[in-house]
Design a protein around this ligand. Structure first.
Ligand code: ADP
Ligand code: MG
Length: 498
C-alpha cells in the first residue's frame, strides 16, 4: 500500500473490566474499500468509536494521514475527514431532508441567519453527488431506512469525508437496497474516498471489499486481500474453530400435526400465516427486521392475542391471553433478549430454572419440598452443562452462553410439547452457539416440536429441517433446508417482494 488514510496501531480498550480491544491494528489505504469483520462482541464498534473520538483508547496510536494521535476528539476526527455512519444513522427524524443535510454546516458555522436558498442548493448538490433523488422537503422520519442511510452518506460528503465508516449498514436492507448501497460505495471509491465497511456476513465481504480485517474477541486475527479469502478460511478466522456442519435430519413420525396454525393474523403485525409443526421437528422462521417474525413469535407464545385465525394444539383449538396460558398448555417461549425478558439477573441460577414450575413443589399446605427442588436444579445444571461453581450464585455471574442455557433449562423444566425459541443464540459466542444448537437438536429427539425464529441463516440451515421466510408480515415461501446453501437463503430473504 503506498498511502494510508488511517492506521490504527496496537489499540487497547477496557470497559470497566471488559477488555473490548486487546491491541488491534488496522490499515486503510487511500481509496480502498476495507471490510472489518468479526462475530458480535469482537470489538468492531469499539474501534470505530475510538477512531471517531467518541471513546478514548487506553493505549495504542492512530495515524491519520501521516499524523499520529494517542488521543483524538470527535472534532479532530471530523476535521481529518472521518465520517461515521452508525447503525442508528443519527438522523433527525422530525427534520426535513434539507435540514438534516444542512445541520452540521449550520452548527459548525454558528450561523445566526440561515440562508435557505444556499442550504437548498448545497443539499441538492450533496444528493446529486451520489445520484439519488429524494424530496428535499420530505420529513426524514417518513423515509425508508435505505433512504435515511443515503441521506447520512450525503451528509458525510457535505462534511468533506475522506474516510466513511459504515457500521453494519445492511442489517435492515432488502437485496435491491443492498445492491444500490454497494453501487454508491463503488462510486465513492472512484472519487478517491476510502470506506471502512463493517459486517459479519461473508457474502458482503466478498462482494464489496478490496481488503479485509477480522477481529475475534478483541484481537486482530487476520488482514489481507479479499481475493485470497474463501468460505472456510473466513469461518475459521471468525470463530477459531473448524466446523463440521452437521445438518439436522428429520423424518416425520406421522402425518398428524402437533401444532397447526391457520390464517393467523395480528393487525399491524402479520397476516394469514399458516403452517403445521410435527413432533420432533425443528421449523425455522426467518425474515428481515420488520418482516413480522418477532410479532409472530410473540403471538404464538401467548404474549399477543391474534386478531383472527386459528391455533390448534394436537387438534384442539387454543386461545391464549398470556404467556402463562400458553405454559399451561405446555408451550414454552424463550425470548430473544434473555437479559431483560428471560431471567431475573440478580436471583440465583437455580431459582431462575425452577420458577415457572415452583407450584409443583408445594405441599397442600404451601410448604416447598426443598430437597426435591435442589435435585431438580442439580439435574438441569448438569444436563445442560451450565458452567458455575454453585447454582445459588446469581445468574448475572454467568457468561452469555451459560445464561442462555439457564433460559433453556427453565423452559425444559416445564416439559413442553412445543418450544418457541426467538433468536436462541443472539449475542452468545460461537462455541456456546454450537453447543446450544446441539441442545436444540437433542430436544427434538425427545419429540418436542421446536420453532426457531432467527435471522442467522447459517443457524437456520444447520438446526432446522424446514424454513418459512417472512416478508412484510406474510409468509412468502417455504423450503426444505437439506440442500440449501447460505447464499441461496440470503437471496430469498432479502429479495424484494414482486
Ligand atoms: P461488535 O461491534 O464487534 O459487536 P463491540 O465493540 O460493540 O462489538 O463490543 C465489544 C465488547 O465490549 C463486548 O463484550 C461488549 O459487551 C463490550 N462493550 C462495548 N461497549 C461497552 C460499554 N460501553 N461498556 C461496557 N462494555 C462494553
Ligand atoms: Mg457493533
Amino acid at each position: 500500500m503506498d498511502e494510508y488514510i488511517l492506521r490504527a496501531k496496537a489499540i487497547t480498550k477496557n470497559f470497566a473490566g471488559v477488555q473490548a480491544l486487546r491491541g488491534v491494528s488496522l490499515d486503510i489505504g487511500k481509496g480502498e474499500i476495507h471490510c472489518l469483520a468479526g462475530e458480535n462482541g469482537s470489538g468492531k464498534s469499539t474501534l470505530i468509536k475510538i477512531i471517531s473520538g467518541v471513546e478514548e483508547m487506553n493505549s495504542g496510536e492512530l495515524e491519520i494521514k501521516g499524523k499520529s494521535y494517542t488521543k483524538i476528539t470527535p472534532i479532530e476526527s471530523i476535521r481529518n475527514g472521518i465520517q461515521v455512519i452508525y447503525q442508528d444513522l443519527s438522523v433527525f427524524p422530525n427534520l426535513t431532508v434539507k435540514e438534516n443535510l444542512a445541520y452540521n454546516t449550520i452548527v459548525a458555522d454558528r450561523k445566526k441567519i440561515i440562508n435557505w436558498k444556499e442550504i437548498e442548493s448545497l443539499a441538492k448538490e450533496a444528493l446529486g453527488r451520489i445520484n439519488v433523488n429524494i424530496d428535499l422537503n420530505a420529513i426524514v422520519g417518513d423515509l425508508s431506512i435505505a433512504d435515511k442511510q443515503l441521506i447520512a452518506i450525503s451528509r458525510a460528503l457535505l462534511n468533506n469525508a475522506e474516510l466513511i465508516i459504515m457500521d453494519e449498514p445492511t442489517t435492515a436492507l432488502t437485496r435491491r437496497e443492498i445492491n444500490n448501497l454497494f453501487k454508491i460505495i463503488k462510486q465513492l471509491q472512484e472519487r478517491g474516498i476510502s470506506i471502512l465497511f463493517v459486517s459479519h456476513k461473508l457474502d458482503e465481504v466478498f462482494e464489496i471489499s478490496d481488503r479485509f480485517t477480522i477481529f475475534r474477541n478483541g484481537e486482530n486475527i487476520k488482514s489481507g486481500a479479499t481475493s485470497e479469502l474463501d468460505d472456510k478460511k473466513f469461518t475459521y478466522y471468525m470463530t477459531g474453530r473448524e466446523f463440521e456442519e452437521k445438518r439436522f435430519s428429520y423424518t416425520r413420525p406421522d402425518d398428524t400435526p402437533l401444532l397447526s396454525v391457520k390464517d393467523l393474523t395480528l393487525n399491524h403485525g402479520f397476516s394469514d400465516v399458516s403452517f403445521d409443526l410435527y413432533k420432533g421437528e425443528i421449523l425455522g422462521i426467518t425474515g428481515l427486521l420488520g418482516s413480522g417474525r418477532a410479532e409472530l413469535a410473540l403471538a404464538l407464545s401467548g404474549y399477543y392475542k391474534p386478531d383472527s385465525g386459528t391455533f390448534r394444539l394436537k387438534g384442539e383449538e387454543k386461545r391464549f391471553s398470556s404467556i402463562t396460558d400458553a405454559i399451561a398448555s405446555n408451550i414454552g417461549y424463550v425470548p430473544e433478549d434473555r437479559l431483560t425478558e428471560g431471567l431475573f439477573m440478580p436471583k440465583a441460577i437455580g431459582r431462575n430454572i425452577i420458577l415457572p414450575k415452583i407450584q409443583k413443589f408445594a405441599s397442600r399446605f404451601g410448604f416447598l419440598n426443598k430437597q426435591a427442588i435442589q435435585d431438580e436444579i442439580d439435574s438441569w445444571v448438569s444436563r445442560l452443562a451450565i458452567k458455575t461453581p454453585d447454582a445459588a450464585n446469581p445468574v448475572r455471574t454467568l457468561s452469555g452462553g451459560n445464561q442462555q442455557r439457564v433460559v433453556l433449562a427453565k423452559w425444559l423444566a416445564i416439559n413442553p410439547e412445543v418450544l418457541i425459541l426467538n433468536g436462541p443464540t443472539v449475542g452468545v459466542d460461537i462455541g456456546s452457539k454450537y453447543d446450544i444448537h446441539e441442545v436444540i437438536k437433542e430436544l427434538s429427539s425427545k419429540g418436542i416440536g421446536v420453532i426457531v425464529i432467527s435471522d442467522d441463516l447459517p443457524e437456520i440451515l444447520s438446526v432446522c429441517s424446514r424454513v418459512l421466510i417472512m416478508k412484510a408480515g406474510r409468509v412468502t415461501s417455504e423450503y426444505e433446508t437439506a440442500d440449501m446453501q447460505v447464499h441461496e437463503l440470503t437471496v430469498e430473504m432479502t429479495e424484494d417482494i414482486e
